[in-house]
Every structure is written in C-alpha cells, then in structure tokens.
Design a protein. Structure first.
Length: 80
C-alpha cells in the first residue's frame, strides 16, 4: 500500500465497527456517493445467544448519517 493510500485511510471514517452493547452485531459506515460530507450506515445487532434456533439477524440498510455542521463529527439518528 502506498504512503498516500495509508494517509488517506488513516483519516477515513469508513469501515466496519463493533458495538460493545451488541457484541454479536456490526456497524458498517460508508461515504454516500455524490453527497458531500454525508454517509450511510448498515448494521445488525446480531442474534442473541439465547435466541431460538433458526432466528435470523435483522439487518438495517442505508441509514443516513450527517456531518455536524462546521465539524468533522458524524451525527447518528437511531429513531427510525
């Protein structure tokens, strides 16, 4: 990997993340094409260890994420 790629990756918020409140799940954050400063998230809380056999994890897709104005902070709204 080139030094330029490493530097760009170090500053990127895109990636796959874990959530300590949902250890069986994941969070994926991706930049939104054509939307300056915006992003989307796909996530699942996973399946609880005590869930009945055959229970499938619910996956949430294309959850919008905004950039806090005047900042580089991401704003998440889980009220959907």
């Amino acid at each position: 990997q080139s030094a330029a790629n490493k530097a760009a990756y170090a500053e990127s918020y895109q990636g796959v993340y874990s959530d300590p409140n949902h250890p069986e799940g994941y969070r994926i954050i991706m930049a939104s094409p054509g939307k300056k400063g915006g992003a989307t998230m796909m996530f699942s809380d996973g399946v609880a260890k005590n869930a009945p056999e055959g229970t499938e994890a619910k996956i949430y897709k294309n959850i919008p994420i905004a950039m806090k104005q005047g900042s580089n902070e991401l704003v998440f709204d889980f009220s959907f």
